[in-house]
Design a protein around this ligand. Structure first.
Ligand code: NAD
Ligand code: TYD
Length: 337
């Protein structure tokens, strides 16, 4: 197969490319990435010499560029490209609408023009909104996004599914819970906590720390996406989650324990506006129909992740000393850190 991966220089996209090239060494992978602040070619250094891998710097919203790539005869697009951080979407929503909504629409239009055999739209559980203390999201849960980020992702999902119903485009959608693991940009909770603790800095916990997220190790998500690509049914949505719910406070306490750091490094800061209280994925469909199950549970995955950030200090120190500092100040100084 020839696969166009968009956003492959980001966290999940780069982990997916590593997974794909390992699992299917004869596949050709083209990575189209704009290299925003979140895109990092260092994530792909070890495959940069692989003759089955190539990189193109560019924007998914550039229709001519996408057409040119499609003319190489692609069998599938897997669309990871996105603005992905909720806090940034609160500070500056416009780029989220541009890339996540309009960029996806451009990819869908070119896919339609070129009769692409497979289009996998990578989405998030955040499109379902916030849960109370019980229940889990199924694929039939109504969409009720609360942040500019999740609203932009929900829009893209709905447009993609509409292209299936209206034009018969072979679209599949995955909705995954919070991923963690190697190469995650240190603006997201876990890498932010791990790297701050490595420098004995305070870790910012929003609100009362009792918001719940459902955590999945990124490699398990890559395996699930690969399965959806090959065996999923067109027009269907697949929820992907590992059943690892945790409050943010207990997650951070778990990291403090492994890293042998004191609780006094936690600082409660002003809550995120519109902060969703709880996410939890019901993965029964992908388990029962495609036979997927996660391999890595939270305790083990946390250790692997902490270990990776410990061994790759150059990777995250370069990020944290650059442009990132400006964002950190803008997001955290008004919150009290
Ligand atoms: P990320 O922010 O780490 O990476 C996004 C990548 O997309 C970057 O390499 C960036 O340069 C690229 N990009 C941004 N705009 C682009 C554009 N216009 N054209 C081409 N490339 C562009 O994000 P991530 O955490 O790897 O998330 C990947 C996908 O998975 C996103 O669609 C996100 O919504 C979804 N998702 C993420 C999570 C999570 O926990 N991280 C959970 C569920 C779903
Ligand atoms: P995040 O990693 O931003 O993912 P998402 O908002 O997409 O779930 O945040 C995960 C949880 O951690 C979320 O409830 C917000 C919280 N959080 C903090 O408490 N402090 C922080 O500095 C960050 C970035 C997140």
């Amino acid at each position: 197969m020839k696969i166009l991966v968009t956003g492959g220089a980001g966290f999940i996209g780069s982990n997916f490319i590593h997974y794909l090239l390992d699992r299917h060494p004869d596949y050709d992978v083209v990575n189209l990435d704009k290299l925003t602040y979140a895109g990092n070619l260092e994530n792909l250094q070890s495959v940069s010499g692989n003759s089955h891998y190539s990189f193109i710097k560019g924007d998914i919203a550039d229709a001519d560029l996408v057409r040119g790539i499609m003319d190489r005869g692609m069998d599938a697009i897997i669309n990871f490209a996105a603005e992905s951080h909720v806090d940034r979407s609160i500070l500056e929503p416009a780029s989220f609408i541009r890339t996540n909504v309009l960029g996806t629409q451009v990819l869908l239009d070119v896919a339609r023009e070129r009769h692409l055999p497979r289009f996998v739209q990578i989405s998030t559980d955040e499109v379902y909104g916030s849960l109370g203390p019980t229940g889990r999201f199924t694929e039939d849960t109504c969409l009720c996004p609360n942040s500019p980020y999740s609203a932009s992702k929900a829009s893209a999902d709905m447009i993609a599914l509409a292209y299936h119903r209206t034009f018969d485009l072979p679209v599949l959608v995955t909705r995954t819970s919070n991923n963690y693991g190697p190469y995650q940009f240190p603006e997201k909770l876990l890498p932010l906590v791990i790297t701050n603790l490595m420098e004995d800095r305070q870790v910012p916990l929003y609100g009362d720390g009792m918001n719940v997220r459902d955590w999945i190790f990124v490699k398990d998500n890559a395996e699930a996406i690969d399965l959806v690509l090959h065996k999923g049914k067109e027009g269907e949505v697949y929820n992907i989650g590992a059943g690892c719910e945790s409050t943010n406070l207990s997650l951070i306490q778990g990291v403090l324990d492994v890293m042998k750091k004191p609780d006094s490094l936690i600082t409660y800061v002003k809550d995120r506006p519109g902060h969703d209280r709880r996410y939890a994925i019901d993965p029964s469909k992908i388990r029962n129909i495609l036979g997927w199950s996660p391999r890595t549970m939270l305790q083990d995955g946390l250790r692997k992740t902490i270990d990776w950030y410990t061994k790759n200090t150059d990777w995250w120190k370069r990020i944290k000393s650059g442009e990132y500092l400006k964002y950190y100040e803008k997001n955290y100084t008004p919150k009290g850190l």
